[in-house]
Design a protein around this ligand. Structure first.
Ligand code: CIR
Length: 255
């Protein structure tokens, strides 16, 4: 169960964020409202949420998930593969250092983004993508082992991040889309397959037995409900325009 989360408000410069979605520019005011609803959603699941201020220097800074990996007994500061995002890590560092004694860092030439990290109990799947390289993943596995945890690499073919196409719902179910459906790395999991027309919903987010699902993906919502989870729909259209999903908007942990 999670007890805490960290988020960062979107900034007006978000219109300059990295995007391949082809959905147009985000509307900042609407993004702020959607972000506030997201925070309320986390609070409704019992989490105490630290809301960091908007940071105009980093258009993608609201996607805090990419800057750190939360472990049961520490945190790893990442080194984003997107060069324009690298400075985001220093901006969140003081907050994380105030919460954890055990802080590790990914060093050059390694790159790692949190969107490529899927935690399943004490095991971490690390996507090797355009943003996360082999060196970064290897460093992360070394750090995990010092914490008594394990990690394995999963090579991505098409997707931005591992969690663009796979989400783990506590209780054992894996939401999967596209290239991950048949990936042998995930063969042991019961899978909930996401229809192609609802690909974006593959990034849904388990938060203490509620699953946040992006609004507008009814088949996915029904599939998740049928497995006994409470579903909370959240409109994150303005973040989708920047290739961001529900998980990207927070760091979740217990502590
Ligand atoms: C980026 O391309 O880095 C941002 N526009 C979106 C980051 C999404 N983060 C995530 O999936 N964890």
């Amino acid at each position: 169960m999670f007890t805490r989360a960290i988020v960062r408000k979107p900034c007006e410069a978000m219109i300059d964020g990295i995007s391949t979605a082809g959905l147009g520019l985000p509307d900042y005011e609407l993004a702020c409202r959607q972000h506030a609803d997201y925070v309320t959603g986390l609070e409704g699941c019992g989490l105490a949420v630290t809301v960091l201020p908007a940071d105009l220097e980093y258009p993608d800074g609201t996607f805090v998930e990419d800057t750190a990996i939360m472990l049961p007994s520490g945190v790893i500061l990442t080194r984003p593969g997107a060069i324009s995002r690298r400075g985001e890590v220093e901006r969140i560092r003081p907050t994380l250092e105030s919460l954890f004694n055990n802080v590790s860092v990914i060093e050059s030439p390694g790159t790692l983004e949190g969107g490529d990290v899927l935690m399943v109990g004490s095991h971490f799947y690390i996507g090797i993508s355009e943003r996360t390289n082999h060196d970064g993943a290897k460093q992360m596995i070394g750090i995990l082992e010092k914490h008594g945890l394990t990690g394995t690499m999963v090579h991505l073919k098409e997707m931005l991040h591992l969690k663009s196409g796979v989400s783990y719902l506590e209780g054992g179910n894996l939401l999967v889309y596209g290239e991950f459906v048949a990936n042998p790395k995930f063969s042991k999991f019961p899978k909930l397959r996401i229809d192609e027309s609802e690909a974006y919903a593959a990034n849904s987010l388990w938060v203490n037995d509620t699953v946040f699902v992006p609004q507008g993906y009814p088949m996915t919502a029904l599939t998740i409900k049928s497995k006994g989870y409470v579903v909370k729909l959240l409109d994150v259209s303005e973040f989708q325009k920047l290739d961001g999903g529900l998980s990207c908007l927070s760091l979740r942990f217990s502590g």
